[in-house]
Design a protein around this ligand. Sequence first.
Ligand code: NDP
Ligand code: GDR
Length: 349
Amino acid sequence: MKKALITGITGQDGSYLAELLLGKGYQVHGMIRRSSSFNTGRIDHIYRDPHESDTNLLLHYGDLNDASSINHILREIRPDEIYNLGAQSHVRVSFDVPEYTAEVDALGAVRILEGIRETGINTRFYQASSSELYGKVVETPQKETTPFYPRSPYACAKAYAYYITQNYRESYGMFACNGILFNHESPRRGETFVTRKITRAAARIKLGMQRCLYLGNIEAKRDWGFAGDYVEAMWRMLQASEAGDYVVATGETYTVRSFAELVFARLDMPLIWQGEGVHEKGIDSKTGKIVVEIDPKYFRPAEVDLLLGDATKAKRELGWAPQTSYRELVEMMTDADLELAQRELRANG
Ligand code: NDP
Ligand code: GDR
């Protein structure tokens, strides 16, 4: 039985990857952080108490900031594959906590790579690299050869992790890959990322649980895919005959504005933007239409205006292609958040 270690197993991607690997018969080990409240909500449906049943999903306390915990886990498990998905993954927040972001997102990667070297285990390593590396537009669509131009502390930290992964591959012959993944979303997306923020708010506005949605730069363009499709690409990278770096993207790009418009249309709600009508507390007083307001608090000191990926290499070498369309993604997320809000409403009487 193959063993995999996932850092960031409690996050969006970690939960989908754990499902995928369990389905393929792996024993899956996840590194989790100690937290004052439960942080395993995304994997509760696949977790079984090892005291009470045979389970192939095992969790270990550790932290990417703590090399000794990483080394201990590596020695104990000796995984065949390691997926380094753990990160302070919020770009806007990285401007508030730049040093912490570098500790986890940059040095976290080298701590694992050094751990592999020191323990001498024979393993394959996946690094969660990001389209944020491209940052300011140099070339579109962006592909493996497009130069990087990071625009945030998050992207700078991820740039270090990208290069150190390549460096350990070249220096020590490690099987180490970078997946340069463009934005990918799902009903499990963190609530403060823009897609989920919109679907959650729209559902709550529909049910009268919230009045208004506040957004930042709605003209930013992103290449949005479905997280469930993207974890398949991660796995395929580690099954390849040679280690490499791959762009994973849909090849389509849309504005934040258009995403919100599709979501509101799905819920049969009219949507008008701030400045397009008279409004009070989020509802246009004459038309009753929903208003989305722009709050400069959500602007970033430096923005990434346009991301559009070219995943030709992943298609050619890994046979990977996205399965879920943009519209299907919007509908899946909107419907899931409507159901969640309805459940909350029922639970509160
Ligand atoms: P999430 O923010 O949903 O999950 C991040 C995970 O990292 C959580 O499990 C979190 O634990 C864990 N984590 C945070 N800090 C630490 C730490 N110090 N030590 C150990 N674990 C830690 O991210 P996603 O699932 O969306 O993304 C997965 C990875 O892919 C990240 O590295 C992200 O930067 C990268 N990425 C994501 C893209 C996307 O569009 N989703 C695109 C490209 C790259 P906890 O639950 O306790 O907070
Ligand atoms: P991003 O995702 O920064 O691309 O990073 P996010 O959803 O946070 O922002 C996308 C775009 O939307 C604009 N935006 C807003 N963003 C947020 N969060 N909140 C708002 O209110 C808002 N209004 C407008 C942003 O300015 C931005 O242009 C994600 C993360 O998952 C990273 O970890 C990952 O590496 C990249 O995707 C690829």
